[in-house]
Design a protein around this ligand. Sequence first.
Ligand SMILES: [Zn+2]
Length: 295
Amino acid sequence: MVCPYCKHQENIRKHGTYIRASDGKVCQRYRCKSCSKTFSETHFGIDYRLRKRYLNQNIFRSLCSGVSQRRLALILGVRRPVIARRLLRFGICAQHNLEEYRKNREKVSKLDFDELETFEHSKCKPITAAIAVEDKTRKVLAIAVGRIPAKGSLVHLARKKYGKRPCERHKCLTTLFEELKACVTDFGIVKTDQSRAYPPYIRVYLPKWEHQATPGRRGCVVGQGELKEGAWDPLFSLNHTYAMFRDGLKRLARRTWCTTKKIENLKMALYMYAWFHNLYLDSKAKRNLRLAWIP
Ligand SMILES: [Zn+2]
């Protein structure tokens, strides 16, 4: 056990119990001898200081199944902030879990990565989300999000309406590769599309890896543009995962009213979905799909 205040691991003693008012659970209290503060075992759970904790898993599964926040609030008979607050909380938990997952899983020698494009508030303010998945198993390994300037026909309108928009693509890709360091082998194969932005990063972060660049293809209608027309797609693991992100997270669906308003919240939603996705692909975890903090 780690003290949440001073982060010391030793000198933590039991300090009585109390009965939690909202559900009657008996909770153990602890006292840290280093900083003399007390805390309870509930401090580390995803339901710390929540009263409607029985809604948590339902909200988690629904938010990752294409239900909008407003509609979920209506279905469960709660106010909208109840859902919005859970989204942030679950995102933080999922981000932590994903980090632990990278550290503790066996090393990866085959991975695919690409960027998924979405926007905050208006199409004039695009966002890139770089996502790396393990080839074949389709498990999500790392995610990074950043603002990018508008492209194509929207450039002039975007400049006029919202001014100059910073490009955080470099920061975003750097973060992604830094995070991947924890879970990759020395040699392997990395598959991407033919973007010229990627080879420099691969040379720096995966120097001994083989890079396979696949030409882009037209999307077919069913996969929201992510699943490709024609036969065998070498980036299938990645494109299928992207299609699942677009289907699972309401705000990523194409032609939806539900849009991202704050990039931080999009980040949390992506982490939450990524963790849901990894649990869903694990046949054991899928049977009782729950979000819990990995200690
Ligand atoms: Zn302490």
